[in-house]
Design a protein around this ligand. Sequence first.
Ligand SMILES: Cc1ncc(COP(=O)(O)O)c(C=O)c1O
Length: 370
Amino acid sequence: MLEKQGKKIINLGIGQPDFKTPEHIVDASVEALKNGEHGYTEGKGILKLREAVASDIFKRRKVEVDPENIVIVPGGKVTMWHAIIMFGGEGKEIIYPNPGFPIYESVINYSGAKPIPIRLDIVDNFKINFEELESSINNNTSLIIINFPSNPTGGIISKKDMDKLVTILEKHPNIKILSDEIYSRILYDNTEFISLLEYPQIRDRLIILDGWSKTFAMTGWRIGYGVWPKKYVKVAERLNINSFSCTNTATQFAAIAALQGPQDSVDLMVSEFDKRRKIMVNYLNEIDGFKCNNSKGAFYLFPSIKETGISSDDMENILLNEIGIAAVSGNSFGSFGEGYIRFSYANSEKNIKLACKKIKQYSIKKGWNA
Ligand SMILES: Cc1ncc(COP(=O)(O)O)c(C=O)c1O
């Protein structure tokens, strides 16, 4: 809108990589179409793709997954939708991270279940507070959602904390778990990714959400996958068939090429993000009233702006209308996101530096935290 009026906006609001889908992936989809691969596929996806996902999981996590338990869907979001619709509903409670990806709370509400937020705070480096988690669980709890690396905080979970989480989950064998691992390959500072798949004791009630959108810069292709326990995989497939039949066929061929082809584009993207992350953390911490932690994953920073005395919504408006920067108000990610603002560093180093300088100049002029 503002751009249409001729105003230059630096977009630090967007949740998608500013990179191109690698050429060999695009070529694989074109070739598939030329080869006549344009009909329906199996509801849960082409076997060759599910096998490629299983091999990729084995390569990265040393965990065996039966391709029959994998359900290909049009985007990571769909696994979230399936799981919440399956385990939500009247009388149920679903625990989810807050601030967190906004769709969790929205779909929990839609399902009729009660959303039970788990507060993530910059003071704890956006880690799970296990006492709070335990006290939130009761007989109505049907599902716990976790997301590491996290949107919007960029937070991660350590092996020690994952062990703690699993110990709690073992005490509650009826509760299902949805682990949103969509940012699992976007990690910094040699951080190792820990997947809940590595804990066999909860596999019979664990759903993994992952996909291609972020890792391979494929947000618009719409493809993701869920790893489902044997007991629920047929229901997930039925939900696919009843709503969209199958995921776009040419896209499925592109996804095979993504997993089986060269991975240097992923490494390149992550190292580029890493450079920008370091620059941005330093710059943001120089702004009066901003406190930004050194996030280790995804491509977001979620500084606290509490000391500026400005609300998250007002900050979003000031940034956009007065400084020319798009960012997202912290409370778009839940009520505990108030007092924060989300910046994505899916933009050039030059633009990130310029944006931070502009905010700093403005903050000096207005005397934030004076
Ligand atoms: C935490 C999280 N999970 C899932 C998704 C959905 O990804 P997709 O575009 O593949 O549906 C996103 C997208 O922003 C996300 O941030």
